[in-house]
Design a protein around this ligand. Structure first.
Ligand code: ADP
Length: 249
């Protein structure tokens, strides 16, 4: 049974969550309604450039809403523990590469480098969720760095602790030490003139960390004014285990 104090704290957390979500929904919705109203009431008085600009704002804000709703559904699934993990012995290289190609398509001026050691061990993960982790980290590395800068991904084995490490490094604005403690919290965004211009809802790293830890991995971050590096680590699978699994399958 929950005591009264725990119940009140949970209720407060629930109310805070509803209030943050409502605010996150209201901002893009207000903007969509405002620009749609202007287009409807003043269509003939607007230049083609203005119409085009307003339609693009409506599209961007709709995308923002879709991202938010998708992230909220992921969070709700994770918290209800209904999220099914289908574990497979996975060679990470094609999944990292596919995530990198997807992001590369969205950031045409960035450069992407993927270095990986030969004969990397496999890891036991849910491949869709592993790819989601990589997409979030590579997307952030691109989003929070300047056009034309380089995002470097390294995958290597640490033999000492038998882990496979995958790091995503950018040349962006960096995160200061106090803020690093907050970025993995739900809805946490770092407020600065630079980040304010970049769209996001502060759920990506919360989802990323939760998925990594549910799959028994670890996530670490190092950052300076020259950029940030996020590293995820998973236990390297023993090749013999893999062979035994194959025989059994
Ligand atoms: P979002 O990007 O949607 O705001 P995230 O949870 O992915 O949410 O990230 C939380 C915050 O952490 C971001 O708002 C940003 O301030 C900071 N952040 C994340 N990744 C980076 C990065 N690679 N470089 C600098 N800041 C970052």
């Amino acid at each position: 049974m929950l005591n009264e104090e725990t119940k009140n704290t949970l209720e407060q957390a629930h109310l805070d969550f509803i209030s943050t979500v409502s605010h996150e929904l209201r901002t893009p919705l207000t903007s969509i309604r405002g620009f749609a109203d202007t287009l409807l009431s003043s269509y003939d008085r607007l230049t083609p450039e203005q119409r085009n600009k307003f339609l693009h704002i409506i599209k961007d804000q709709s995308n923002r809403l879709i991202n938010l709703v998708e992230n909220l559904l992921t969070v709700s699934k994770m918290q209800s523990n209904k999220d099914l993990f289908i574990y497979k012995m996975t060679d990470v290289v094609p999944f990292v590469d596919a995530a990198m190609q997807m992001i590369k398509n969205q950031y045409k001026t960035h450069k992407y480098i993927f270095n990986y050691e030969k004969n990397l061990p496999k890891i036991l993960v849910d491949t869709d969720k592993f790819q989601q982790i990589m997409l979030n980290l590579i997307d952030n590395a691109s989003k929070y760095s300047m056009e034309g800068s380089t995002v470097t991904i390294n995958a290597g084995q640490n033999f000492k602790d038998n882990m496979l490490n995958i790091s995503v490094k950018d040349e962006g604005m960096g995160i200061n030490e106090d803020d690093i403690k907050k970025i993995f919290n739900k809805f946490s965004r770092i407020d600065s003139p630079l980040t304010r211009k970049i769209q996001g809802n502060g759920l990506g790293l919360y989802i990323t960390k939760t998925l990594v830890e549910k799959m028994n991995g670890k996530i670490n971050v190092k950052s300076s004014s020259h950029g940030s590096e996020f590293t995820v680590s998973f236990k390297a699978a023993n090749p013999d285990e893999d062979a035994v699994r194959k025989i059994k399958e």
